[in-house]
Design a protein around this ligand. Structure first.
Ligand code: ZN
Length: 288
């Protein structure tokens, strides 16, 4: 896979490929990191048990995850994903302010326990990074966070119809309605709908509680998981569950999953491989 990508990269550079040169180079580094060591020698699901968990590994997955979530239309030009640092668990990594489809390893920045940059180097940052910092502070079991403005999900944040686990791969949503964060409860009616500080981020984390997903009224959602790959699966299937639920509601009263049915966990390794391959193909196509 790496050899093929490298050949494509060389061909593209020979043609004087535009911004894609640095983009694909960053992606290749990420893929090399993601596929390194035992990972490259094993089947995806068995390899998940043997991959070393390092900051480099997490950053490699983070870059690929940005491309996957853009390609799967969970993130558009906005939205972001973060991962906790192994070396300093109070810190986390996230891209500089950039459309997720364009993120490379060089764009990843380290943020401290107050969601402030360790080494900003004049780079612009996502204004809503406090979503990530405050959830990671409140939830030691969480290592990765996605914030998305998914249009499939937003209707469930602005109506009395709750988002609930309906599709069997979305059991992580739980049998009870997904909680909804009302920003007016924190900032009052005179607010700009954005989570721009620690206080608002902490209030969002409180509404999330021990759940995997919290909706944000009229805005989107925050999704959490123990790993980058798992949070990508959850973000994609939250959006899919919302789509299925909206369709089912048009036909009648859906039968939602109960507590036992929603307790299953699906490994993210198998879909990750195809999502990553599709995303990197799209990256290479955009560079041509
Ligand atoms: Zn947002």
């Amino acid at each position: 896979m790496i050899n093929e990508n490298t050949r494509d990269h060389r061909q593209m550079r020979a043609r004087g490929g535009r911004f894609g040169a640095s983009l694909v180079a960053g992606t290749l580094v990420a893929l090399a990191l993601a596929c390194g060591g035992a990972w490259a020698q094993s089947t995806p699901e068995s390899a998940s048990l043997t991959r070393a968990d390092t900051d480099e590994q997490r950053i490699g997955d983070l870059v690929v995850a940005n491309h996957i979530l853009a390609n799967e239309q969970v993130l558009d030009g906005f939205g972001h994903i973060s991962v906790r640092s192994v070396r300093n668990p109070q810190h986390f990594y996230m891209s500089r302010a950039l459309a997720p489809a364009l993120v490379t390893v060089d764009d990843i920045m380290e943020f401290d326990e107050n969601s402030e940059p360790v080494n900003p180097q004049g780079r612009s940052m996502y204004g809503e990074r406090y979503i990530h910092g405050e959830i990671l502070r409140a939830r030691p079991d969480v290592n990765a966070v996605v914030h998305s403005h998914s249009p499939e999900v937003v209707p469930f944040s602005v109506t009395k119809t709750p988002l609930r686990a309906l599709a069997h791969l979305a059991g992580f949503l739980g049998a009870a309605p997904v909680p909804v964060f009302e920003i007016r409860d924190v900032l009052g009616p005179d607010n700009d709908m954005l989570v721009r500080d620690k206080r608002t981020g902490a209030a969002l984390a409180k509404v999330l509680g021990a759940r995997a997903v919290v909706l944000m009224r009229g805005h989107g959602m925050a999704v959490v998981a123990p790993s980058v790959r798992m949070v990508v699966l959850r973000a994609i299937y939250t959006q899919l569950n919302a789509k299925i639920e909206a369709g089912a509601l048009k036909l009648g009263a859906p039968t939602f999953m109960n507590a036992a049915e929603s307790s299953r966990t699906d490994p993210p390794e198998r879909p990750w491989e195809i999502w990553a391959a599709d995303a990197e193909r799209a990256v290479r196509a955009s560079a041509r």
